[in-house]
Design a protein around this ligand. Sequence first.
Ligand code: PLP
Length: 417
Amino acid sequence: MSQQSRAFIEKIEASLEGEFAQIRKLRRQKQADVLEAFREEGVAAHYFNPSLGYGYDDVGRDGLDRVFARALGAEDALVRPQFASGTHVIACCMAALSRPGATFLSITGQPYDTLLQVLGLHGEEGSLARWGVAYKEVALGENGIDLDAAGRALQEEKDICVVYLQRSRGYAWRRSLSVEDIGAAIRYVKKVRPDVRVLVDNCYGEFVQRLEPCAVGADLMAGSLIKNPGGGLAPTGGYCAGKKACVEAVANRLFAPGIGREEGSYAASYRPYYQGLFMAPHVVAEARMGALLVSTAFRKLGYKALPDGADGGDLIASVELGSAEALKRFCRAVQHAAPVDAMAVPEPWDMPGYADPVIMAAGAFVQGASIELSADAPMREPYIVYMQGGLTLDHVAIALEEVLDAFVAGGLACLPE
Ligand SMILES: *Cc1c(COP(=O)(O)O)cnc(C)c1O
């Protein structure tokens, strides 16, 4: 049986050679960009020394900011283990750029689930709404950002502090936005309203295209270090990058006005952050090839699945499985193929903040790291599973083999001869 799955996967991999070559070509360019950033900023062995107390003059911390800024094509960056998650760093960016009485305008529809509470749509304590910041959104159109509708919103709202875009598709059934589309939208926004600042949720976006949003006009972008730019090695944290004044505002928000980026020690050494950034172009390419392999295999078996090409740069494979039974089988097989906690059997549970029970497969070296192979899904129609990450393409292929075996055994798939 496993023999049959393996042969099927090998055939799919061969059919994807063109897309894989495109991904590898970009990987080489991005690796050169990152290496250049390390050399230009003079990264040296003593940057890995730990720091204590207030952390004044921490060369490891300050050097990491500079290397990130250069690698991401931004004027400035703030990279900190004190950011607890992607949500935390984006929330700091949202607050740093917002002002009471002004409007926060999203032009890519509803933001990622966890950010809704930051906006305070239900009046959450400490949210932007509680602080007097209004929220408006423009839904995405069929083919991405609806510039006409965005233009109308920009005319209607008198005082706008932030225009917000989410690059990756998160849990929506769409393609991720390309940096070209983001650049076109920013040029349009700045023509109508040169005074507003543009913030991009760049989670899952790093190193999937030649340029990052800051290179096409974004004032500020942010992401998680247990996703792409941590390269699977960063143990926690987040980053933001962009215009100097915006980054300084975020530092004041995270720490305190007047202290900003001058304080914050880290006794554990920034070495894994540097090494993770260095590995990131490679790891991201492996995960992209893995996502394409999984989605292509399932489309071959008659399921609806994304991504459907290398251009969107997605690291998340979404497969519409159609039944609770298929969803459970999928997640249990992925868990069984994990290097850590392989013995665990995922069960759906009532996760805080979600309307339906959620099932999750995650056997990662860093808790919750979604650059490592994981799969999750809310238990609701049409039973879409989201499988993301993978430090190596081989690991994703091996996990896919387990999934296909489980599907064949359960009568959910019939592999072609
Ligand atoms: C993961 C993610 C977030 C939030 O990051 P966490 O680390 O899970 O808090 C925000 N936006 C997008 C698009 C994401 O993929």
